[in-house]
Ligand binder design. Structure first.
Ligand SMILES: NC(=O)C1=CN([C@@H]2O[C@H](COP(=O)(O)OP(=O)(O)OC[C@H]3O[C@@H](n4cnc5c(N)ncnc54)[C@H](O)[C@@H]3O)[C@@H](O)[C@H]2O)C=CC1
Ligand SMILES: O=C(O)[C@H]1O[C@H](OP(=O)(O)OP(=O)(O)OC[C@H]2O[C@@H](n3ccc(=O)[nH]c3=O)[C@H](O)[C@@H]2O)[C@H](O)[C@@H](O)[C@@H]1O
Length: 435
């Protein structure tokens, strides 16, 4: 099939490459010319498992091409995927202006029948809105069908997830479009759910909100564990043995970040509001997360009372391991708050995207883990990078001014911590050790 994917970000790039690998001819369009140039040269624009190999495989087989020219690409394609950003607005609404812009561009370029597939996460009702917009722009009804096909990949495991997802969801209102989508996904060994567009749009928000709620729930249990002397790892393990609960997404820590859980939970609350449904549980999950991500600041203030002039090391800037993405990372909120308290911040993350330097130009970025610990009063582990779980604790002790760790991802072995006589706080594993 001739496929066009608009947007070469996390979702668009992976969608393009995975469809190209399945034997389709794919053109991926992005308005960022620097991205387009790099990708055509085989240089990955994001940090993602197996991306470089797949990109170069598809470039060599000429099944993929990247361009800025949306007009010609639309004309040459049978199926057009939209994978542009849908960021959060200050009032928790979803900003779908990038989708609108793409639809306006399609309206201008469309020459014959196209299936337009929305892969971006968009509010319920967007399929209908897009349809109406095309018609308002003068495109005749028989020239298009609109499908809603939300994406469930995780960053870091994006290629694997795209090809081996738990389900593919297709929201459609035309048999013709359904048949084409069925054919397109026929090579995937994944359960396909065909449904109405509104249901497809809602499935995406409900999935993310459920997972986010699960994390906030376990974090509240972890906070209680700290008070009563129970270990969250044992508690979560035992809860997760119940197949109805499942062991996934029960890892306690300093909360969820990323470009989706924070924005999609808020979007669902807003969609609910507009339909007179008060999402109390999701609202609470958001609130718990906002407090949880600042837990290290609270712990530090409890210990030091004033943090002015204290040197604090932040270990990990990305929102989780396996990605360079810093969007809504808990570490950003921690750094922001610690700077307000007058601390000196040293940060280390070997992969974090360089944009971090624009957000915090005045903190010290270290090139090595151990350098970041020199003269520090406390190291706060914010990301579950493997490098931090295998840290040499005796070396850490020598480097730091005060050997204290707040482990926001429960990475370190408690026995090792005790053996090294470190002051140590983790999330739900017994409050302070050696304090
Ligand atoms: N990042 C993730 O893991 C997942 C994201 N999603 C959803 O997928 C959508 C895209 O997310 P990301 O890929 O993370 O976004 P992103 O911000 O990484 O990429 C979006 C890309 O679209 C391009 N773009 C915007 N307007 C354009 C236009 N008119 N023409 C050509 N290119 C244009 C931008 O330059 C950018 O490269 C969002 O709705 C997000 O919620 C869904 C599942 C997973
Ligand atoms: O819509 C999206 O963008 C995507 O959002 C998440 O994927 P992602 O944000 O890449 O990462 P996750 O692995 O889900 O982790 C999200 C956050 O939750 C945190 N987390 C995760 C699991 C857990 O048990 N505990 C926990 O604190 C992680 O540290 C991270 O900050 C979903 O898992 C994907 O299915 C979805 O497609």
């Amino acid at each position: 099939m001739n496929i066009c994917v608009i947007g070469a970000g996390y979702v668009g790039l992976i969608t393009s490459l995975c469809f190209a690998k399945q034997g389709n001819r794919v053109i991926c369009v992005d308005k960022d010319i620097e991205k387009v140039d790099k990708l055509n040269k085989g240089i990955p624009t994001i940090f993602e498992e197996n991306l470089e190999e797949l990109l170069n495989e598809c470039l060599t087989s000429k099944t993929i091409f990247f361009t800025k020219d949306i007009h010609q690409t639309i004309r040459d394609s049978d199926v057009i995927f939209i994978a542009v950003g849908t960021p959060e607005m200050d009032n928790w609404d979803v900003d779908i202006s990038q989708v609108t812009e793409v639809i306006n561009q399609i309206s201008y370029s469309i020459n014959d029948y196209k299936i337009i597939v929305n892969k971006s996460t968009v509010p319920v009702g967007t399929q209908k809105y897009v349809k109406e917009l095309l018609i308002r722009n003068g495109v005749s009804k028989d020239k298009f069908d609109i499908v809603s096909n939300p994406e469930f990949l995780r960053e870091g495991k994006a290629i694997y997830d795209f090809l081996n997802g738990d389900r593919i969801v297709i929201g459609y209102d035309s048999e013709k479009a359904k048949m084409v989508m069925e054919k397109l996904y026929s090579t995937f060994n994944t359960k396909v759910v065909f449904t109405q567009p509104e249901a497809a749009e809602l499935i995406k928000y409900a999935s993310n909100a459920f997972l986010a709620t699960k994390i906030s729930f376990i974090n509240e249990i972890a906070n209680l564990c700290n008070k009563v002397g129970a270990n969250i790892e044992t508690v979560a393990y035992a809860i997760g043995l119940d197949k109805r609960i499942s062991p996934e997404f029960l890892k306690a820590g300093i909360g969820y970040g990323g470009s989706c859980f924070p924005k999609d939970t808020k979007a669902l609350v807003k969609i609910g509001e507009k339909n007179e449904c008060d999402f109390k549980i999701v609202n609470s999950a958001i609130k718990v997360n906002e407090e949880q991500r600042l837990l290290p600041v609270k712990v530090l203030l409890d210990k030091y009372k004033s943090l002015k002039g204290k040197v604090i090391t932040i270990l990990g800037l990305t929102f989780k391991a396996g990605t360079n993405d810093i969007r809504e990372s808990p570490s950003l909120f921690i750094i922001e708050e610690l700077l307000k308290q007058g601390t000196i911040i040293k940060a280390y993350d070997s992969e974090a995207s360089p944009e971090i330097k624009q957000i915090f130009p005045n903190i010290i970025y270290c090139h090595s883990l151990y350098d970041s610990l020199i003269d520090s009063h406390c190291a706060v582990i914010c990301t579950d990078w493997e490098e931090f779980s295998t840290i040499d604790l005796s070396m850490l002790k020598k480097k730091m001014k005060n050997p204290m760790i707040i482990d926001g991802r429960n990475l370190l072995d408690l026995e090792e911590v005790k053996k090294n006589n470190l002051q140590y706080y983790s999330v739900g594993r017994g409050n302070w050790i050696n304090y």
